[in-house]
Design a protein around this ligand. Structure first.
Ligand code: NAI
Ligand code: MG
Length: 356
């Protein structure tokens, strides 16, 4: 089957790690059942905005919708001050394609981290945004609209419970030892002791996903964790988590913390998932401090290509990519400076391709 993948490197190290992910996809062994890839290069990002006045060109959106079955996004450099006319293209993309859940697996490769962990963070992907308006005196009023809707919370919650069941099924079907031994578990992150209206609705809605579907989700344990103690507990006993589901901003923060536990932001992938489209995207940003120097760890982007395949229904191709990556990490010889090595982006990519 032919699969057309949109490649959107965007800014900074996105331009180094997205070509690496493509090289890995092209190195997958060919079989009758494996897909045949075609790629379309698409523009977006802050640098593109500086040249053309738009961060997400219409053509990128149209070609994604009409020609692609999935996409890989690198990273954008978003300025920390407000730039007139600029807004983040990845936020816009998530919105336009209704990619309502950001799925972020964070797992350690045995023997490479101090504490083992194997968790899947589901980050609600469409809410908690902001707006600005001008008051009667022409002065600016900034609102952090902490919108939490029953609709979005239910979709994110449903994704979390489904993923918990899927992971459980996968663990049962493989002989490899798994870190998580108990029944599948979903941890709901919130701060409804303080934000009782917004986070209260989030908590109640996600809980109701399980409570109103006892036949489907009865086997899944449900627990809650306030976001601050979530950070504390995650650093002390990361092995205590299976699937974690959080509102947009909390999910963002927790995932960078989890990345520290596995050794680098350069290792953690994500998939922006909707009902009709998937965009793979490393969790890290454009890393201007190392961009253009072949120092970027390509593994987050390569694993994101795996996640993209997984969510498009090609689980065995995805598993091959994960195994090749884990193999290189376990060997520990070839790694980029973020993991204490001195290999280049290209050398790590080549090592993974060789294993494939
Ligand atoms: P960052 O994730 O770009 O970098 C944080 C630190 O981790 C840096 O020291 C960087 O060198 C390191 N790092 C990140 N990815 C790495 C990789 N693959 N290999 C090795 N080291 C890696 O976050 P930062 O510095 O806060 O933001 C930089 C820019 O990226 C900002 O403009 C920010 O807005 C943007 N950003 C974009 C995101 C996206 O596109 N989804 C997400 C996060 C930040
Ligand atoms: Mg982030």
């Amino acid at each position: 089957k032919k699969l057309t993948i949109g490649l959107i490197p965007a800014d900074g190290i996105g331009r180094e790690v997205i070509p690496a992910a493509r090289q890995v996809l092209e190195s997958l062994p060919k079989s009758d059942s494996s897909p045949q890839f075609e790629y379309i290069h698409l523009d977006a990002g802050f640098e593109y905005f500086q040249k053309h006045g738009v961060a997400l060109p219409e053509e990128t959106l149209v070609r994604l919708r009409e020609e692609c079955q999935g996409a890989l996004f690198g990273a954008v450099s978003s300025p920390s001050h407000k730039v007139a006319g600029y807004s983040s293209p990845i936020v816009a993309l998530r919105k336009h394609l209704d990619l309502y859940a950001n799925v972020r697996p964070v797992a350690s490769v045995s023997g490479t981290t101090q504490k083992p962990l194997d968790m899947l963070i589901i980050r609600e992907n469409t809410e908690c945004l902001e707006r600005i308006e001008t008051d009667a005196n022409g002065l600016r009023v900034a609102w952090a609209d902490r919108k939490i809707s029953e609709f979005a919370s239910r979709r994110a919650g449903t994704m979390a419970f489904n993923m918990a069941l899927m992971r459980d099924k996968l663990r049962r079907s493989t002989s490899a030892p798994s870190l998580w031994q108990g029944p599948p578990k979903v941890t709901i992150v919130h701060k409804s002791n303080v934000l009782s209206v917004t986070d209260g609705l989030w908590r109640e809605t996600v809980r109701a996903v399980k409570e109103s579907n006892p036949d489907l989700y009865g086997s899944v344990t449900m627990e809650e964790q306030l976001v601050d103690s979530m950070v504390y507990r995650m650093f002390r006993e990361p092995e205590a988590f299976d699937v974690v589901v959080a509102p947009n901003l909390y999910g963002d923060i927790i995932s960078d913390g989890a990345a520290a536990l596995v050794g680098s932001l350069g290792l953690v992938p994500s998939a922006n998932v909707g009902d009709n489209f998937v965009v793979g995207e490393p969790v890290h940003g454009s890393a201007p401090d190392i961009a253009g120097q072949q120092k970027a760890n390509p593994i987050a982007a390569i694993r994101s290509a795996g996640l993209l395949l997984e969510h498009m229904g090609y689980a065995s191709e995805a598993a091959r990519i994960y195994e090749a990556v884990d193999g290189v990490l376990r060997e520990g010889q070839i790694c980029t400076p973020d993991l204490g090595g001195s290999s280049t982006t290209q050398e790590v990519t080549d090592a993974i391709c060789k294993r494939l």
